[in-house]
Design a protein around this ligand. Structure first.
Ligand code: FES
Length: 104
């Protein structure tokens, strides 16, 4: 387990989502209200980019077939057995980092 730098916190003044690739994993990082979330960007249904979807009340909706996921827990709203990976966020001064576990 280790941390990965995502961005300077100021980058999120202009945008609400940033997608990075780390260790072959596409990861979407969101700023919602004043909280940050990081998820595996691949929808478990057919692989759409979740970072392109709309967010309401910390729930993201996949743009392809409208599956919904909690950004906090990764749990699918309509199928409690389905999860996307989430990554803890650390704010270190002006730097946003996520905690990456390659075994997850
Ligand atoms: S690819 Fe996301 S709901 Fe189908």
């Amino acid at each position: 387990m280790y941390t990965v730098k995502i961005a300077n916190i100021n980058e999120f003044n202009e945008q609400k989502v940033k997608i990075i690739i780390h260790d072959g994993t596409p990861i979407a990082v969101f700023k919602v209200e004043n909280e940050f979330f990081a998820i595996d960007n691949r929808c478990p249904h057919r692989g759409a980019s979740l970072g392109d979807g709309p967010i309401q009340d910390e729930i993201i909706t996949c743009i392809w077939h409208s599956w919904k996921f909690s950004l906090k827990t990764g749990q699918a709203i309509e199928n409690p057995n389905c999860f996307i990976k989430t990554f803890p966020i650390i704010i270190d001064g002006d730097i946003i980092k996520l905690v990456y576990d390659s075994k997850r």
